[in-house]
Design a protein around this ligand. Sequence first.
Ligand code: AMP
Length: 219
Amino acid sequence: MNTVLKTVILGAPGSGKGTISSRIIKAFNMDYISSGDRLRQHIKEKTPIGLEASKYIKDGKLVPDDLMIKFISEELKKVKSKPWLLDGFPRTLFQAQAFWKEEKLDLAVNLVVPFSVIMERVEGRMVHLQSGRVYNSSFNIPKVPGVDDVTGEPLIKREDDKPEVVKKRLEVYDKMTRPVIEFYREKGILKDFHGETSDAISPQVLKELSNYMRLEGSQ
Ligand code: AMP
């Protein structure tokens, strides 16, 4: 067998993409390629690509398409022997089209969470900066309001979790990603997963992926 399952996950900020991705890679022992994480790693190591990309990232801009496509192709060369899940790439239609010429994906997982649910979720989110522990005022409530359960230190609200900022991020996501979603829909590999929480969506995604794994294993 020389095929590996090639998947991408798409979902708005606050859609639970991180949580669901970690459940997928754990369940199927997949390689996880998060474009943002990989770029941050390169920046930390001061590689040529990291130095180039940091110029854009520090201004909150997208890294240019051609640089991104080259970068992801290089990263994928390192993981070819295992099924993989790509997160954060492609972010533009151009990236999706160019990447398709190099890699024919098997499945694009599209997380569809209502806008109002995302707004509510991030509005109630509080974090303990030092540890990264995340709380929520409606479903993951700290024992003492505004205080980290473990250390007793204060929780803060992230700048980019403020309602007006979240709304803007969601609009930008929608504008950039809608054409990518349509591109994969036309290719016949897009699957929508609807729900309000990661616990509701994850089982659907895992079930779908296990069908693909079976198919792959039987080739
Ligand atoms: P993230 O952690 O996914 O939000 O990515 C952090 C930053 O890396 C983004 O704000 C972009 O500057 C850059 N980045 C990550 N993925 C891409 C991509 N597919 N295209 C362009 N820039 C990207």
